[in-house]
Design a protein around this ligand. Sequence first.
Ligand SMILES: *Cc1c(COP(=O)(O)O)cnc(C)c1O
Length: 234
Amino acid sequence: MIKDNLSEVQRNIASAVKRSGRREEDVCLIAVSKTKPVSLIMEAYDAGIRDFGENKVQELVSKYEEMPKDIRWHMIGHLQTNKVKYIVDKAYMIHSVDSLKLAQQISKEAQKQNKTCDILLEVNVADESSKFGLSCDQVCETAEMIAKLPAIRIRGLMTVAPYVDDPEKNRTIFRKLKQLSVDITNKNIDNVFMDTLSMGMSGDYEVAIEEGAKYVRVGTSVFGERNYSINKEN
Ligand SMILES: *Cc1c(COP(=O)(O)O)cnc(C)c1O
């Protein structure tokens, strides 16, 4: 079942890549496995998936420990500074950096652990009060400050677009994130790379690819609906 879901998502990704004249290797599917058990995630692993996304530190850590070591774990959820130390050596990339304070903590822990940590800045493009992320006009200034920290490397931007019935409605959001990354690139800030856009979820990943996504984060279309009664916070 997971295998069939994956085939469909991968087919859709391939068409979007083709439509937009991009290269297949420039787009990567992150299977968002939050709330899902290891047994189910292993089905995706066995089908060839190596990038998984989690939004909770505890869950990422326990799955990291239980699952094969060639998996790239992406931290995509809101991160508290006091939990940074648990994931700096386990997350392949932290997509959800939304403050200088959080970046400072990541830098400090990464230094301690002799690592360089790749991060994305989360941007609340649609300015939704329910969402985390920097506002568009804070991004550049924050990037400049974070860029000066040791052991941390800004690789791009991430956004969680609004929940919409028609994915076309999010095209302007994705376009705006891309434009922001171009604006930042043009500032030539030392130690800031803008090679990664993380955008697009089950409802709108094809549009996100057309607008330049490198990572699409797809949960429901791969693993099915999540059961919120078990863990209300997800
Ligand atoms: C849960 C989640 C996703 C996946 O959402 P689906 O709609 O299930 O594909 C993507 N990104 C973030 C940040 C999430 O928390």
